[in-house]
Ligand binder design. Structure first.
Ligand code: FAD
Length: 375
């Protein structure tokens, strides 16, 4: 076992059970701060920008060790998995040294301001405008479905900077302060009862010239790059035994309900298990490829599609196998709410990060080389 893995395992064994498990946002910040102080955050980011300056091998080792624990850092996923990486790829020195250390330490939460009421799958159809005014840009428009914006400090924004060229050529990517005057965030409630995504209104938001990420009007290439980071982040991970969305958790519930000997129930459980393992193995394969210096490119869409499919299958298994247990439960039953969460959150995975249909288009056209769909 490598020295890094040994150190990670020992730290997790000692500290993970004592990390906070209450409010998701403030606890995520605290947990990330502790991970950073211990040398386990921003593992592959350069030390100059608050990272550990290690390689994807240590990152993989950390991910494997940490999978056994519920670290509650999910609200930081967009900042760490997408905002940070795109700034590392394309940001200026000033952007990297301003944002990356604070994201790595959990001081700042990041969000992605791409989708609009009329531009989701077709992100390039966006209508938010950024108009040059001297040294500044003035932004007006509306974004929607912006995950974690109500707790975010920094956002990656796409805006149209030239309306007279074909739509993909007139977009610019900006990095913005979510607390600046001109940014208003209104949380939306989803069907699970949670408020995780938002509407964001941009009214005469003034941005300095240094807020441009990459080149003016070259935002489409930057967008594709950031979406790739997103699809990889959404690809399946090894599932903990006590995670309600794991095969092991569902099998326990079925056993307790006394239906474990029914062959049809066993077959459904086996299918849940197979889907889970296939997702894990695909994620490992992609991780190994990155570790070896490769770039999975559009094949990240396969993992994202598989994760959405598994979530849907699991939700249907929960509803068919457990009769009403995911719909109504006794006040002292803690399993019912966990099962209800599986059912009510499953649809989000087939939409967020690009819908299943869009992933299929990407796989068909860019992985399998099939003819493009007619526009
Ligand atoms: C939980 C959640 C979190 C999200 N977080 C964020 C976020 O943080 N930031 C952000 O910017 N966005 C976010 N989104 C938005 C998400 O990216 C969009 O909802 C998604 O891209 C789909 O866009 P849309 O909702 O406008 O649907 P539409 O694009 O209008 O699609 C409607 C339907 O048409 C289908 N369709 C559209 N075009 C095609 C095509 N060419 N071929 C075949 N079928 C097609 C779609 O698959 C879908 O079924 C989030 C969404 C969810 C559900």
């Amino acid at each position: 076992m490598s020295e890094f893995r040994e150190r990670a395992r020992a730290w997790l064994e000692e500290n993970a059970p004592h990390l906070p498990q209450g409010d998701p946002y403030s606890d995520a910040r605290v947990t990330q701060g502790r991970l950073h102080a211990a040398g386990f955050a921003g593992i592959t980011w350069p030390t100059a920008y608050g990272g550990q300056g290690l390689t994807v091998i240590e990152q993989r080792e950390w991910d494997e060790e940490a999978q056994a624990y519920d670290l509650q850092t999910e609200p930081l996923g967009i900042g760490l998995g997408m905002v940070g990486p795109v700034l590392l790829d394309l940001g200026t020195e000033e952007q990297k040294s301003t944002y990356l250390p604070r994201l790595a330490r959990g001081e700042w939460i990041g969000c992605q301001l791409f989708s609009e009421p009329g531009a989701g799958s077709d992100v390039a159809g966006l209508r938010t405008r950024a108009v040059r005014d001297g040294d500044e840009w003035v932004v007006n428009g509306q974004k929607v479905w912006t995950s974690h914006a109500h707790h975010s400090d920094v956002g990656i924004l796409l805006a149209r900077t030239d309306a007279d060229v074909p739509k993909h050529q007139g977009i610019t990517m900006f990095v913005i302060d979510m607390h600046a005057p001109g940014v208003s965030v209104r949380p939306l409630k989803d069907m699970s009862g949670a408020s995780k995504f938002n509407e964001v209104f941009l009214d005469n938001l003034r941005l300095p010239a240094g807020a441009v990420v990459g080149e003016v009007n070259q935002g489409w290439a930057a967008t594709v790059q950031m979406l790739r980071h997103e699809r990889l982040a959404l690809t399946g991970r090894r599932t903990r035994r006590d995670d309600p969305s794991s095969h092991a958790f569902l099998a326990d519930v079925v056993r307790k309900s006394g239906r474990a000997s029914d062959p049809l129930v066993r077959r459904t459980l086996a299918e849940v298990f197979v889907g889970e393992r296939v997702g894990e193995l695909f994620a490992s394969r992609i991780a190994e490829e990155i570790k070896a210096g490769g770039d999975p490119g559009p094949r990240g869409s396969v993992g994202k599609l598989a994760a959405g499919r598994q979530a849907r299958f699991l939700a249907s298994a929960v509803t068919t196998l457990l009769d009403g247990q995911a719909t109504a439960w006794a006040p002292d039953d803690t399993t019912g709410p966990a099962l209800a969460q599986i059912v009510s959150t499953a649809p989000r995975l087939r939409i967020a990060g690009g819908t299943d249909e869009i992933q299929r288009n990407i796989i068909g056209e860019r992985v399998l080389g099939l003819p493009k769909e007619p526009k």
